[in-house]
Design a protein around this ligand. Sequence first.
Ligand SMILES: Cc1ncc(COP(=O)(O)O)c(C=O)c1O
Length: 342
Amino acid sequence: MRPIDLRSDTVTQPSTEMRAAMASAEVGDDVLERDSTLARLEDRVAGLLGLEATLWVPSGCMGNLIALMLHLKRGDRFLAPAQAHVLGSELGTGAWLAGGMPEALAWEGGPGRPTPAQVTKAAGAPGPYYTLRTTLLCLENTHNFAGGAVTPLAEHRALVAAAKAAKLAVHLDGARLWHAAAALDLPPSALAEGVDTVQVCLSKGLGAPMGSLLGGSRAHIAEARRIRKMLGGGVRQGGVVGAAGLVALDYLPRIAEDHTKIRRLAEGLRRFGLPAPVPDTNILLVPVPDVAAALVALETAGVRALPVGPAIRFIAHRDLTTADIEEALCRIEPLVPVLRGA
Ligand SMILES: Cc1ncc(COP(=O)(O)O)c(C=O)c1O
């Protein structure tokens, strides 16, 4: 049976067009100078984000880590929404390599986000020399473990304003910023407004085999280039993967199709009596009483998903068709008693 892979939007295969672009990419040596294809990609994404410059990095984790290393001095505290990727899913590198003290902020502002008042309170007032310094707010839009939750523009602005008033730098983990922008019908640049740095992924939903861009001021990106080299992320003929990234960006106008697919899955699951919410974007979290049993049943039926806390996570992506979603629902229907813990 052909598995229907809803584990992540990173499971996509490079398209034929992407492979052809990779094979014929014009390349240079991006450590000695800028590889021309990577440079085109970096400039195009800087334009999409409304920022002075971006830097290609192999992964979202490296993009976030470089940002934290740019903004934090050893022992500085940084704030992030609870269950942010930078807090729990990057192997502690924010502390280990960037030297930061993480502080999770509860989602009092809505799914995946704190309120501006929480930011102000957590930042505190500057104290005497012996007090802990808080210097950075990390946002995440969409918030993966809140089920792809979108932070709307007004809230984004209010959070950035609260951080700036408290003299915090702001980094935005925008691994799926594209999805947030599509859901709000805004350009991605609107949701990067006011931030010092932002990380966006080409490998989540857009179909590239690898690659993220870290965006910010020219000065931040020049320093980021040094840190990337230090972390072993300097690439030589990077245009080979840069070309894949350029093709991946062409999917941006279609990304909301993946939101429609996952909404259809959610609707079907609700019809089966399962507590599936209406997802904001392409991620659906369905709480189940026994996650392990549910995953085994799904896998046996050829539907692949992942656990997130007490829920099963399903993610739609460009390699799945609407017919695949209907087929997934047919395969899930007989498993409903297991998913309901009956
Ligand atoms: C919100 C978020 N940030 C960062 C990352 C890290 O990206 P990568 O897997 O490319 O390191 C992920 C990965 O899923 C993510 O969901």
